[in-house]
Design a protein around this ligand. Structure first.
Ligand code: CDP
Ligand code: MG
Length: 763
């Protein structure tokens, strides 16, 4: 499409780009000054003074009029969170009034679909309602059996980690128990439940993993699959599995909840099951579209927020942005511009995104000090998963970040896309929860009507499925094309994912799991990481790789506080191992261990102590799995061997040197660059071949976390892609070789499948 909205999307947002470019250049420049090489000059990096030429005056007159208008409307609004107790708040929720009807329908059916506006109490109350109900069931069982059984847990799945944690916390408060006792949560690498736990919130990925060891989900008496309208990959796979589980287990209750009204599809999928609608209580929301196309949604959102804050009546603001970076820039710019305005009232600006530390996340639910307006800047997490009370104004950028398989780079990439109409309407609805509100849409009505999709494309149809394939295969589902998906993934996607698993050695030529593949399933990691971990055992460097994998599973170890950039960079530089970012991670961990896992050591070296403690926990959890798999943890002490092991798992993501700091991807021929934070960047050492952990696309295509490898290793470890004469061959020849290897594999898999089907028929 050549529409404006698509063009902005491809170019990215100007404010963010500017900010990012400044950051990357600053990084490169500082590194250049520190490292003393000529690299900075070669790359044309010059120090550029930041100058904000964008701040424009806000239209005050318009704001005043707007204020008067809203003040009238505002009288109806009361503030529950402040005045009412938790119990009173509970009883006020729409779901409370109809709980008897709800219980009745749960009692009479194995599966129900439950639809209700966001904030009606589905997530926090449904578990409690079912808890009170199953308490009776448990009690009955109690009379028959002696002793305590764990049968009877109520599980509630969430597509997002943040939602699972924060909702569990809220429910534990409502039930007046300690988080982790009666009410707990589990997310990857973090299990906050105990023997006592009866209500368990978890990500859908956790329940999917549990189904590996407990295919009938015997620990649960009820499963609530929340946020079904999000159609996350794991939820979609669980649909197919749970449909079967319910048919095997008459005593299991399955409740599927959705915030949107297109629930017929869910009902049909589960065999025409009843749909229960929670009557909503919403206030009207006035919606304003942009008159002209918005060039820069961050800038536009900042102006809109300031206008609301200066002019409009009380009520909090919720801004929707695609991702963390836009959120940070938006918060920063609002702060800056308010500072420049004399006499502006204080505004409490609160970001929320999944990588934000949980104590900061909790802030969005807290009431701001008296008379201070709150401005929450969020990703689509605040669309339906989290409800912040008191929002009167919504500012919608119209964009979100989606993980989409990108054939050009041969892997998933998080990219910014326009939201769907359904998302946009959900966002608007957030303004009308506690009173009438207003929604400012930073796109034109034409953009909305003609360029936005009606609903989202389910994740299963747009992302890499390697993990799902691995899981389903190990559940004994041989023919994935026959699996009962609500919306089947495109066959190409499926084959592509199988191909990736075959490259890693997880599948054989017939598409069955190999011994390695079976072991890989045990680890809650991306296939390449689990492959690396298992491979390291044979190469006697599992102790080192275990640490590297753990470090890669935790976000951002290093921090660069404002005003101390040079100092923190100098410290960071000391850890850097010139050939490898992976080895740099290893080095950091070993030094930290030597310090006795000291917190002070971390702060001295500008390293997040909390992140390091998490790394240690993750390492322990992975080690436990290795122990149970009889995989030895041993060290060879030779870091060249460690590099070779990294190469064994990442040879499919290799690049060759082309110019200074510039590489070409060996499989796609695409140019890609070392990131300025890489240990290899500007260190004077430019290896011919490297492998990378992932690609990120900001101002350029950057390789994140790279390690220098030997060209011979690539030929030895990735024979399907490379041979020793490769340097003579053209990329076209290599591509042809890859295509032919791949079609051979696909043909063999197809034959094996046919044979299997014939055998099934005969049986
Ligand atoms: O799931 P649904 O969107 O239907 O509603 P919910 O998440 O159960 O939220 C019900 C109420 O609990 C809302 O009014 C929220 O404001 C409140 N809540 C909260 O204050 N803190 C949380 N962490 C979660 C919910
Ligand atoms: Mg909910």
């Amino acid at each position: 499409p050549t529409s404006d909205i698509a063009i902005i999307c491809r170019k990215g947002c100007q404010s963010v780009r500017k900010y990012r470019e400044q950051k990357e250049r600053r990084l490169a420049q500082e590194k250049f000054e520190l490292g003393g090489t000529k690299l900075g000059n070669i790359l044309g990096i010059k120090r550029r003074d930041q100058k904000d030429d964008q701040s424009e005056d806000v239209d005050y007159k318009k704001s005043q009029k707007f204020a008067a208008h809203m003040q009238e409307k505002n009288e109806a609004v009361s503030d529950f969170a402040q005045k009412k107790t938790l119990d009173e708040q509970r009883k006020f929720l729409p779901i409370y009034a109809i709980r008897e009807d709800l219980l009745k329908i749960i009692r009479e059916n194995s599966i129900i679909i439950c639809v209700g506006e966001t904030g009606s109490g589905k997530t926090t109350q449904m578990t409690q309602v079912s808890f009170e109900e199953t308490n009776l069931l448990v009690l009955n069982q109690y009379l028959h059996e002696s002793g305590y059984t764990k049968r009877g847990m109520i599980g509630c799945t969430q597509p997002r980690r943040v939602a699972a944690m924060s909702v569990a916390k809220r429910v534990s408060e409502e039930m007046q128990c300690k988080l982790g006792d009666d009410v707990g949560y589990a997310i990857r690498f973090e299990d906050c439940t105990s023997e006592k736990t009866i209500i368990k919130y978890m990500t859908d990925g956790i329940l999917l993993r549990e189904s590996l060891t407990d295919p009938d989900l015997d620990h649960y008496s009820a499963v609530i699959m929340d946020e079904a309208h999000e159609r996350s990959l794991n939820t979609d796979v669980l649909f197919g599995l749970l449909r079967e589980v319910v048919s095997r287990r008459q005593d299991l209750k399955l409740i599927v909840t959705s915030a949107t009204m297109d629930s017929e599809k869910f009902s049909d999928f589960f065999g025409n099951v009843p749909i229960f609608i929670i009557p909503g209580r919403t206030f009207p929301v006035e919606s304003f579209f942009s008159k002209a196309c918005v060039e820069d949604y961050v800038d536009a959102a900042v102006k809109q927020c300031i206008q609301i804050h200066l002019g409009a009546a009380d009520g909090d603001i919720l801004v929707f942005m695609p991702g963390q970076e836009d959120i940070e820039v938006t918060c920063e710019l609002i702060k800056e511009r308010l500072n420049d305005l004399e006499g502006a009232k204080p505004l409490s600006i609160l970001p929320i995104y999944s990588q934000l530390p949980s104590d900061l996340q909790a802030k969005i639910f807290q009431k701001a000090d008296d008379g201070i307006r709150k401005c929450v800047v969020a990703t689509n997490i605040a669309e339906t998963s989290l409800t912040v009370d008191g929002i009167m104004y919504v500012v919608d950028s119209g964009y979100c970040k989606l993980k989409v398989y990108n054939p050009r780079i041969g892997m998933d990439a998080l990219q910014i896309y326009p939201v769907s109409q359904a998302n946009a309407n959900q966002r608007m609805g957030r303004a009308g929860r506690t009173g009438p509100g207003q929604c400012f849409r930073l796109y034109t009505e034409r953009n909305f009507r003609e360029e936005m999709l009606k609903t989202n494309v389910p994740e299963i149809q747009r992302t890499n499925l390697a993990n799902v394939v691995l899981l389903l295969k190990s559940l004994g589902i041989q023919d994935l094309l026959q699996f009962h998906f609500m919306d089947p993934p495109p066959q190409d996607n499926l084959m592509n994912s199988m191909y990736q698993l075959w490259i890693l050695g997880a599948l054989d030529n017939t598409g069955s799991l190999t011994q390695l593949g079976r072991q890989m399933v045990e680890f809650p990691l991306d296939p390449a990481l689990s492959q690396m971990l298992i491979t390291s055992v044979g190469m006697s460097c599992s102790s080192e790789i275990l640490i590297i994998v753990s470090m890669l599973s935790v976000p951002s170890i290093f921090f660069r506080p404002k005003g101390k950039e040079e100092e923190s960079d100098a410290k960071r530089e000391k850890f850097q191992v010139a050939e490898s970012d992976h080895l740099t991670f290893l080095h950091v961990y070993i030094q930290w261990k030597k310090s006795g896992y000291s917190n002070n050591w971390c702060s001295d070296h500008f390293i997040h102590a909390k992140a390091m403690r998490k790394v240690r926990e993750v390492r322990q959890q992975l080690k436990d799995i290795m122990d149970s798999q009889k995989l030895d943890v041993k060290s060879c002490g030779n870091w060249d061997v460690v590099r070779k092991c990294i190469c064994a798992a990442y040879f499919h993501q290799a690049a060759r040197l082309k110019g200074i700091g510039e590489y070409v991807n060996l499989r796609t021929g695409m140019p890609c660059h070392l990131h300025p934070t890489s240990a290899l960047f500007g260190c004077g050492f430019t290896p011919d071949y490297i492998v990378y952990h992932e690609l990120i696309m900001t101002t350029k295509e950057y390789m994140q976390c790279v390690t220098c490898v030997d060209g011979h290793w690539l030929a030895e470890l990735g024979p399907m892609f490379f041979s020793l004469k490769d340097s003579l061959k053209t990329r076209g020849e290599r591509a042809r070789k890859e295509t032919s290897e791949r079609s051979t594999m696909e043909e063999e898999m197809r034959l094996a499948q046919e044979k299997l089907n014939r055998m099934k028929e005969e049986a």
